[in-house]
Design a protein around this ligand. Structure first.
Ligand code: SAH
Ligand code: SF4
Ligand code: F3S
Length: 470
């Protein structure tokens, strides 16, 4: 008997990055096509899904605690199905069923469509799906917000950062066809989407594995020696570039904002920065993951840039886009990191003055090169102490950097009510700063707001009626 005899309800719990959030939207879209409805709480659901992350140990343990809850629910209501998808599932594969025998279905990040196969099968027996298949067939998505959408431009990662589990959970890098992406964004815009975020592990690598005979947009020609170079593959044409994709999607009617995450510092090139400078739709924010300031540690991390090259990239960005916001990721206590080397991280942070930073304590991940460097592991208290110093510096810069907006009138895309005061609205600037403000408007609308105050994380202000009526 099919499990879909009655209308069923699902609940999805998502861990991890934007990729997973987007994958969850696709799971939800697919389930609704199959006739499922979304349950408000796990207690009300017949299908409990977990979209997992394994980037750090803390991500694993958070999820394992949730699974304990699912086990109890399944005991009370034996008909409940439990599914585990995403990067953790992929990293342990069939071990999922050994460790958690009550799990009915497990699948890796590229295998969302297999979930449908499982649910519509004649009989239910525990199943695991862990093949890498490139892009899943087109799946409907159930977006969180009508006016914002993720767009996945590539899967996988071909880099080998020695601490990182992602290449083993998401497979080899592969770019989605350019025409498909332009079509998708055109459809999204027609559907009311104003802001898109292009997703990939290394978005600037987009298009290297694609070939086209289309001419490059004139504005990008000066930067593209590589594009003009023979490809060595007959007359199949030149590679696609991330900068041309940005240009094309920013040009689509209705698209007001284009964001992307994450670029790799080694690949953020002048053409991409020139597009930021030239096109108002391409947001005034770049996430540039530093990871560490010491060139020796960067080499051990296999990041393929050194301290100076990172600083040069920042200088190039700031020269073309002086006001742009820069955010970053930093790992503290990588194996072998000395006090002097940690201080180099502080030095780079001090030199760059990031607008915000995500800071992580190194966490050994199974199967990675750095997890084998056990002799050089930095003691936990040392990592914690370094983290405190780093966070203090990052906070100081964040506080100072947000002050530059005070007194300016900026465009804010309204996202909803302020979380702390329901009489006020909350939105985001092109620089990716959250603004709480007094004014009126509906989610998805862009309004001018005069900024009157700033903390390290958020801005506050008042809607500027003067500009609106001008
Ligand atoms: N592809 C993206 C990042 C993916 S993971 C990129 O390269 O930017 C997000 C962040 O988690 C990384 O930038 C890194 O700072 C952090 N991270 C990854 N593996 C980690 C580990 N083993 N321990 C601590 N932090 C880690
Ligand atoms: Fe991981 Fe490095 Fe790939 Fe980012 S670029 S996903 S940190 S291997
Ligand atoms: Fe993302 Fe976590 Fe996988 S950060 S790519 S969900 S390991």
């Amino acid at each position: 008997m099919s499990v879909l005899a009655d209308p069923k309800r699902y609940h999805v719990t998502t861990f991890g990055c934007q990729m997973n959030e987007h994958d969850s939207e696709r799971m939800k879209g697919m389930l609704e096509t199959l006739g499922y409805d979304e349950a408000q709480a796990p207690e009300d659901a017949d299908l409990l899904l977990f979209n997992t992350c394994s980037i750090r140990e803390s991500a694993d343990s958070r999820f394992v605690a949730h699974l304990g809850h699912a086990k109890r629910m399944k005991k009370e209501r034996p008909g409940v199905l439990v599914g585990v998808g995403g990067c953790w599932a992929q990293s342990v594969k069939d071990e999922v069923f050994e460790r958690f025998p009550f799990v009915d279905v497990a699948f890796g990040p590229g295998q969302i469509n297999k979930l449908a196969e499982f649910l519509t099968a004649e009989s239910i027996t525990a199943q695991g799906y862990f093949e890498f298949e490139g892009f899943p067939a087109h799946l409907p998505t159930k977006r969180n917000r009508d006016f914002q959408a993720w767009v996945q431009i590539a899967v996988g990662c071909n880099l080998k950062c020695s601490y990182c589990i992602v290449p083993s959970t998401r497979g080899r890098e592969s770019s989605r066809p350019y025409e498909q992406l332009v079509d998708e964004v055109t459809r999204l815009a027609a559907d009311g989407v104003k802001e898109i975020t292009l997703l990939g592990q290394n978005v600037n690598a987009y298009g290297r594995d694609l070939r086209t005979s289309d001419p490059l947009p004139d504005a990008l020609l000066p930067f593209h020696e590589a594009a003009k170079r023979p490809t060595g593959s007959g007359d199949k044409g030149r590679p696609r570039t991330f900068a041309e994709l940005l240009t094309a999607v920013a040009d689509i009617d209705g698209i007001e904002r284009v964001r992307y995450t994450s670029p790799h510092p080694k690949d953020i090139r002048e053409d991409v920065v020139a597009v930021h400078a030239a096109l108002p739709e391409v947001c005034d924010h770049i996430h540039l993951p530093l990871q560490a300031g010491s060139s020796r540690i960067l080499k051990k991390m296999r990041r393929t840039y050194d301290k100076q090259r990172f600083l040069d990239r920042v200088a190039m960005i700031r020269e073309q886009c002086p006001d742009i916001s820069l955010s970053t990721d930093i790992i503290v206590g990588f194996p072998g990191e000395t006090e002097e080397e940690f201080q180099e991280t502080l030095e780079v942070v001090d030199a760059v003055r990031f607008d915000s930073a995500f800071t992580f304590v190194f966490s050994p991940r199974r199967g990675t090169e750095a997890a084998e460097m056990t002799d050089e592991f930095v003691p936990h208290p040392v990592k914690v102490e370094r983290m405190e110093r780093l966070v203090a510096l990052v906070q100081k810069h964040a506080r100072e950097r947000t002050q530059r907006f005070v007194g300016r009138t900026v465009d804010v895309l309204i996202e909803g009510e302020s979380r702390t005061d329901s009489d006020r609205l909350r939105g985001r600037t092109s620089h990716n700063k959250v603004v709480n403000f007094t004014g009126f408007g509906v989610p998805g609308q862009t309004v001018p707001v005069e900024i009157t105050g700033a903390t390290s994380q958020t801005l506050s202000g008042e809607m500027s009626l003067l500009t609106l009526s001008a």
